[in-house]
Design a protein. Structure first.
Length: 134
């Protein structure tokens, strides 16, 4: 798949296929994630990217918003063609153990110097492919 629409469709299908997940596609304001989901009782904010413009090309607004979700206990995730194959396994890990230490998945939390960076620095950061702690 060569475009973000294709990656979005694959993410939607993976989320729908998981029996312990409910997800909604968000198409409104700038900076909001592409999907919000509840996975095994954990809230998740998911931004989808096509990696043709560089891996994990989150805008500053998107990183800031994902980091805000993480601050309140959610999982922040960025999914692209390089790590999409691991998404179902990560969801299953969360369902198997809701206390699993996943906060950021598929991106690093550093946005800029200041409060957002300070808050993200102590969090468990997981890196694709298939990299998550638990």
């Amino acid at each position: 798949m060569a475009d973000e629409a294709g990656v979005l469709k694959r993410v939607k299908n993976i989320l729908k296929a998981h029996d312990k997940c409910i997800a909604l596609r968000i198409t409104a304001p700038i900076g909001l994630p592409d999907f919000v989901a509840c996975v095994g009782g954990r809230f998740m904010a998911i931004e989808v990217k096509d990696d043709k413009n560089g891996s994990y090309g989150l805008t500053a607004a998107q990183k800031k918003r994902l980091n805000k979700f993480v601050e309140i206990g959610a999982i922040g995730a960025c999914v692209d063609r390089n790590n999409i194959t691991c998404l179902y396994a990560m969801l299953s890990s969360v369902v198997a153990d809701p206390s699993v230490k996943i906060t950021h998945w598929g991106y690093t939390p550093d946005v800029a110097k200041g409060a957002d960076n300070e808050a993200g620095a102590s969090r468990t950061v997981t890196k694709p492919p298939c990299g998550f702690s638990g």
